[in-house]
Design a protein around this ligand. Sequence first.
Ligand SMILES: *Cc1c(COP(=O)(O)O)cnc(C)c1O
Length: 455
Amino acid sequence: MRDDSPNSWESRADSFSLYGFTDLPSVHERGAVVVTHGKGPYVYDVHGREYLDANSGLWNMVAGFDHPGLAEAAKAQYDRFPGYHAFFGRMSDQTVLLSQKLVEVSPFEKGRVFYTNSGSEANDTMVKILWFLGAAEGNPQRRKIITRVNSYHGVTAVSASMTGKPYNSVFGLPLPGFIHVGCPHYWRFGQDGETEEQFTERMAKELEATIIKEGPDTIAGFFAEPVMGAGGAIPPSKGYFQAVQKVLKRYNIPLIADEVITGFGRTGNTWGCETYDFTPDAIISSKNLTAGYFPMGAVILGPDLADRVQAAAEAIEEFPHGFTASGHPVGCAVALKAIDVIMSEGLAENVRTLTPLFEEGMARLAENANIGEWRGKGLMGALEAVQDKATKTPFDGSLSVSERIANTCTDMGLICRPLGQAVVLCPPFIMTPAQMDEMFDKLEKALKKVFAEVA
Ligand SMILES: *Cc1c(COP(=O)(O)O)cnc(C)c1O
């Protein structure tokens, strides 16, 4: 597969890259896939091989890899005004327009927006806002952050501490004061004889017990993805957000929706919180915000938090926070176009059209004796591989089942993502039904091949 000559793309990638989130034995053996360009939902590597990217890049390239309108919006803004900051009372016109737009399309009647370069920094910024508020309102002890096991909130020191994955222990994380409660995955964590409603109730009770144990006045906020993304495309159990929000309200703890993946259409509505019928106190956005055409994140504060942060800032005459490229005019121009493309130019509609086909395809593959469940919402989903369907017993970890499935798919020209023992799919919103068929046909062949080897 890989070209081993010293000057090949694979060799040079190996020599000069510090690979992030990459299985090193696998990349050494197979070589990195070095891509040069894309067309619709397809990407092409340096050898001219074509791959259907069923993961929209990293969840974000929802308009595909050659959207003319998005590239045009970036080019036009580069020509008009290629860069500016948002410090000292100066900012670009595009930044003002995007903030107004984001509040308009948010579930909030009013609000305020703060920009970052990534989702991690947006979560980090939100935590700093909550810490700032605690201190300003006479509650400097209100600093603890609650998130869930299996959640993914990013990689900065703070957002990695929020992330509920064991791999962060290699960095000595989480930092003190970052607390993880249970993952609302009923199929995996429901107990024998427990109904889904009882499971949800148990999750809410656990949250309340944690709040009481830690001290309610020490908790600054609770962050949750409406559908867990990098945890394995895990939708919440029935009634989860209603049950959890009731507990949080009892103790005046803000609920922050990390909508970095779910925001802008992924679950079939503009926001995941709409899909699950709750209103958070703030929203974290990134990824789809620019359809992946510019690195950008945003904190969208709902009315209560917006007013309180503004008051706290007025009191000391400043909110001392910002990134050099916060509110970058090109990023804002691209985001304004991306929001139009998704919400008004047919992409959100296509998500709703494709969702039944997606669900059908997933359900068909889940009939396989070695698929324990399929789960998902809208155009994000996962197939969970199991050695024994009845007992939900996973395969031996040493078999690397999901990696083998994903590698087999790559060899067939399909990119999908192994996560634990699941294979995750989150196709771009521009997919056609024929491309959806191609995706499921290839994946089905890969599943059959790998299960025949390991089962
Ligand atoms: C990707 C992601 C982040 C981090 O965003 P980056 O831009 O990679 O820093 C945060 N939260 C969720 C839910 C994500 O999926």
